[in-house]
Write a protein that binds this ligand. Sequence first.
Ligand SMILES: Nc1nc2c(ncn2[C@@H]2O[C@H](COP(=O)(O)OP(=O)(O)OP(=O)(O)O)[C@@H](O)[C@H]2O)c(=O)[nH]1
Length: 354
Amino acid sequence: MVIAPSTADTRRSGISFAKRIYLPRIVGLGIGFFCVLAALIPLHPPMPVWGLLIFNGFIWPHIAYQWSIRSEKPFATETRNLLIDALMGGVWAAMMGFNALPTVVILSMMGMNNIASGGHSLFFKGLIAQIIGATLTSALLGFPFHPQTTSQQVYLCLPMIFIYPVFLGFVTYHTAKHLAEKKQELLYISMRDGLTGLYNRRHWEHLLHNEFDSCQRYERTATLILMDIDCFKTINDTYGHAVGDEALTVLAEELLLGLRAVDIVGRYGGDEFGAILPSTTSEQASLALKRIQERLDDITFREAPGLTVKISAGIADYRPYMNNYQAWLKATDGALYQAKKNGRNRQERAPILA
Ligand SMILES: Nc1nc2c(ncn2[C@@H]2O[C@H](COP(=O)(O)OP(=O)(O)OP(=O)(O)O)[C@@H](O)[C@H]2O)c(=O)[nH]1
């Protein structure tokens, strides 16, 4: 199922896109200024050209950023700003009379930036904007052409050639690292229950499936326990949901403390928990669970002094006649049902059928 992002989410991600571009634009246009400056000096352009160069190099990055973050559609605005950058790149190439080195440096750095920001689509749109900017400006100026680059111009282009790609690589590395961390976070969230931190039902069932398969393949033993807090609805109704939540958290902690590290504990439903105990017989599982039940009897709640958490449990060990993990789950659930039916606060083991 694909969930469409909300307008607020789209705006937030557009703003973070604009923030990602802000610093590279300040650095790129700031160093690019000296590249263009070196090529323009011998051409003696009129004063407004110098004004435009200073504006483009040092003021435009801040205007572009403010424009994007204040926009209703920051992503679209920032993409348009990148195209304005490309158009201006073309304008400066023509103003410099297509001086070979500064022109190639400026246009290629902008292309690299556009690919990094928006893939091949933005790269090609940027290329078209560069061509339009260059052609119109060149036509206006009467197609000036001074391709020779002096050694002084080479030196003033060096910072752009060295610093900008290194800087962009640094920014790209940090973005990739941040995305990898977010991916890990999402993976964790997708597997865990928000309240208790245990595996959620979907992931826990997936692990149960794996355990079933390995029991079947390697003829191993394993035991499954399903537990349910007794009269949990009454706990909620008497002490409130916050205490109910605390009871769930306490049970989760006791299960993690009382079982082995290899045992797989999950929240199966509202007040229902599951535990998979690899290489364990149902007798051993029953003893472990009994110890947990005894510890729960000793736990008191500050907000609900009269409360003790009691659980009922169904226990079933893996049997080779079970066709799939669902059959194992069903046998365990049947035993839990019996435990509830037989008076709660007890364990029942699933009968052996063959
Ligand atoms: N506080 C809290 N309550 C929850 C949560 N999830 C489910 N519940 C409540 O848990 C209760 C489960 O109650 P039932 O399934 O009726 O069972 P019970 O009251 O425990 O009765 P028996 O299982 O028969 O002993 C329901 O009232 C749910 O609203 C949760 O995350 N927090």
